[in-house]
Write a protein that binds this ligand. Structure first.
Ligand SMILES: [Zn+2]
Length: 92
């Protein structure tokens, strides 16, 4: 169990403790477990009784039916690529 490999004489003690720490290559590293999930379009709608409200803004280029993705600083349409960078606070 407790194997001590000190067979080498005092001549070269440094060479005994030479364990290479190999850097893991890209393949060996575990992949991130976040999987891309499809956009759940039903989450963008909100049904209250008999009225349907859309939570996200529609795209000005594509029109109704296409919603803008909301990020911290911008809005983006994944269909046409329309984007609007908004400042931290709406200056309107
Ligand atoms: Zn669009």
């Amino acid at each position: 169990m407790a194997k001590k490999e000190e067979a080498a004489p005092a001549a070269a003690p440094a060479e005994v403790k030479k364990e290479k720490k190999e850097k893991k290559s890209q393949k060996e590293r575990p992949h991130s477990k976040k999987k891309h999930t499809k956009v759940k379009i039903w989450k963008l709608y909100d049904v209250k009784g008999s009225t349907l409200t859309r939570k996200n803004e529609p795209c000005p280029r594509c029109g109704q039916g296409t919603f803008l993705a909301k990020y911290k600083t911008r809005k983006y349409c994944g269909k046409c690529g329309w984007s609007q960078i908004s400042s931290s606070k709406s200056a309107e």
